[in-house]
Write a protein of this length. Sequence first.
Length: 406
Amino acid sequence: MMKEKVVLAYSGGLDTSFCVKYLAEEKNLEIYSAIANTGGFSESELNDIETKAYELGVAKHATLDVTKRYYRRCIRYMIYGNVLKNNTYPLSVSSERIFQALAIVDYARSIGAKYIAHGSTGAGNDQIRFDLTFQVLAPDIKVIAPIRDLKLSRDEEINYLKERGVVRDWTKMEYSINKGLWGTSVGGKETLTSNQTLPEEAYPSQLEKDGEETMELGFVKGELATVNNEVYDDPIEAIKKIESLGAAYAIGRDMHVGDTIIGIKGRVGFEAAAPLLIINAHRVLEKHVLTKWQMHWKEQLANWYGMFLHESQYLEPVMRDIEKFLESSQSNVTGKVIVKLKPYRFEVVGIESDHDLMSDVFGEYGEMNKAWTAQDVEGFTTIMATPMKIFNAVNKGQLELNDSDD
């Protein structure tokens, strides 16, 4: 009798390694493992993942490269919006999971799979991101989530695999590591506490450089175009270059604490040199070239965009509307940003742009006014004060402060 097919969203880590054995032995399914690469793996790493998948017994393994799709449909909008969850986290895993799910759905349909499986736990965000995407786009394909359903600990998974003769360096599986173009998350052990931080060795990238060096990032209409004056036709390659430069200084490490979709607090470590360097450089350039109200409304919509990404709402049509606004806002975001790299930190020095609104034609802040007179300012201030003067007169000095207000 022919076995039914299941496509497993596979990463080669502990959870998905367990899923291969469990789905084959306990569910009697034919396993088609598929890794949706969002730009975090080298060719050798992908080959190693494929080898381990076949060692575990999958019928077929596929590598699905979604990096370009991920950049064009998501990363560039996160750059336009300077999106950082809780002013900290560049939504590395949050955003890439949607595009991995989209690729898994396409692959499952192409081979006629009856099931899709993933290795998410029952206490995190990823289960929602995968399940929701699958439900919306493939309601006819059933979803299996063994780790969630069985409520397994990492030690229980390791013992299950050991009993079946699987040999791995189990010490490397103490942490759950997710790599993508837009950053790497590190979870486990210390991240499960509120008072401990990850040890140095838990981070995939280690400090390689001392001292400092200057890096120059060039943007054209909000998109990366140059790194240290080297032109990149493909922004993805520019991001990889910035990552390599920043990672050598161990830049981009932090802990993110936030509210999960299911309502509990979550904590995860991450390293994201390129996202933090790019977003902070881009933000400073925007401060110079956008108007006050462009900045104000872009911040409001970008905050919603990031929140909706995190909350698994990428397929909500309003996201396409926000993307159009964000892209429109970038028409003058062209220029060069100078950044200093130092061990574990960086400093945005300044910008050069033909669209710089800090023009001295009208005045120099705090120094000299050229486009108005002292009398103009006096009249302007009088007009601005009028509504408050009226309120204060009508309400008999309610705007006055006294010691009791302190």
